[in-house]
Write a protein that binds this ligand. Structure first.
Ligand SMILES: Cc1cc2nc3c(=O)[nH]c(=O)nc-3n(C[C@H](O)[C@H](O)[C@H](O)COP(=O)(O)OP(=O)(O)OC[C@H]3O[C@@H](n4cnc5c(N)ncnc54)[C@H](O)[C@@H]3O)c2cc1C
Length: 367
């Protein structure tokens, strides 16, 4: 028996009836081998809660081998996106005995896996590193046999009673239902040169990049909680952090605002718009305009963090929307973007998906 996977006898029986079409019950996915169980992951903090789990590093993945694709073994549900919504949905579906494949184009854990410290997720009084929290979720998903694949979903086609997920290499995966948990995308400034510097000198939320800017001058554009969160972290490393907001104030949690006053190297400049990004090979300066006085100013910066909001992900759902297609987490366009909200929404979508697979028409009946 693999470590971390309960023996058949000790596995809890499902609350869900056996699915007549798939033969699956809550007793686990016997025909759905769990190849991810033996993988090892990235460095991991040694807290009591997290000692048993690891968030996989980049080399982890493609756990669905080419020899036995999900279409040949039969997949019930494909979850697109491995952030909190996708992982929570994946845990719920695989525990209920549905053969579930989670497809993630980047890092498992999604946006949450990159947050330096999460203080508002219930159950962790002292807070927890985003990567550690997501590692626990992945370990739980592994325990129930969720399969994971590192790939970008580039298309989705509905074919009568099933879907085909299209991968960039042309490979197609067949399933009975799809859960879109692809998150939301960061808005860009729309300035020339922005794309060229993106990922190197221009970032959105990138907590892991903060130490790279030790003793440097950086700017954060935005006025919300995410912008302030990022600016506070950068202020621990950088010599100076310019927080540039379009409006006169920062709209964030009081606690975060009070922390800002304790960081003298974090300077808030209100009523500013970034007009130009400039540099040869590397970012050297930005030009900002004071929206009140109309004056332009050049700021020498080594890094620019753009956190001016998010928009729905461009996940190519095409004409696939309708029965059997579910959306959860930030991808749903909900403005309450939090890990706990995404997780709840993922579980809700998974429960509705189960009702769909079982042929129970009204998702709000018999709850
Ligand atoms: C700076 C910042 C700080 C934050 N701090 C907090 C905090 O302290 N507490 C808190 O509760 N929340 C915080 N949040 C919000 C929280 O991170 C998000 O609400 C949460 O991660 C949303 O989960 P999700 O699963 O819906 O989406 P995401 O976490 O965005 O995950 C979506 C996943 O889908 C993948 N994906 C997208 N398209 C495809 C595709 N075509 N094929 C395959 N995979 C795809 C992406 O790679 C990604 O991994 C913060 C957010 C930011 C930006």
């Amino acid at each position: 028996m693999r470590r971390g996977i309960p023996s058949r006898a000790s596995r809890p029986t499902s609350l869900y009836p056996r699915n007549p079409s798939t033969g699956c019950s809550g007793a686990g996915n016997r025909n759905w081998p769990n190849r991810i169980a033996s993988r090892r992951g990235a460095p991991f903090s040694n807290t009591p809660q997290t000692r048993m789990a690891r968030l996989p590093s980049r080399q982890y993945n493609d756990s669905v081998s080419a020899s036995k694709s999900p279409s040949s073994t039969g997949t019930d549900v494909i979850v697109v996106g491995g952030g909190p919504a996708g992982l929570a949905a994946g845990i719920h579906l695989s525990r209920a005995g549905y053969r579930t494949l989670l497809v993630e184009k980047g890092q498992f854990g999604g946006q949450a896996g990159r947050i330096d410290w999460i203080e508002n997720y219930p159950g962790f009084p002292a807070g927890i590193k985003g990567a550690d929290l997501m590692a626990l979720w992945l370990a739980q998903a592994r325990r129930w046999g969720l399969k994971c694949l590192r790939a970008q979903v580039s298309g989705l086609v509905r074919q009568s009673s099933f879907f085909r997920i299209i991968l960039p290499n042309g490979r197609r995966l067949r399933c009975r239902a799809v859960l879109c948990c692809a998150g939301a995308e960061f808005k860009r400034l729309g300035l020339s040169g922005e794309d060229g510097f993106l990922g190197r000198y221009v970032h959105h939320a990138a907590f892991d990049e903060a130490p790279r800017f030790r003793n440097k001058v950086v700017a954060v554009v935005g006025a919300g909680e995410a912008a302030l969160h990022q600016a506070l972290l950068l202020a621990k490393f950088a010599r100076r952090v310019h927080l540039l907001s379009r409006g006169p104030t920062i709209k964030a949690h009081r606690l975060l605002k009070s922390r800002m006053t304790r960081r003298p190297n974090l300077i808030h400049s209100p009523n500013m718009t970034v007009e130009k990004i400039d540099g040869h090979r590397r970012l050297e300066r930005i030009v900002v305009r004071d929206r009140v006085s109309g004056l332009h100013k050049s700021l020498d910066v080594s890094g620019l963090f753009v956190l001016i909001g998010k928009q729905k992900s461009t996940f190519p759902s095409g004409k696939a929307k309708g029965p059997g297609y579910f959306v959860a987490g930030d991808a749903s366009g909900d403005i309450c973007r939090q890990v706990v909200v995404a997780a709840g929404s993922g579980v809700q979508a998974a429960m509705e998906c189960i009702r769909y697979l079982e042929g129970w028409s009204n998702p709000h009946e018999n709850s």
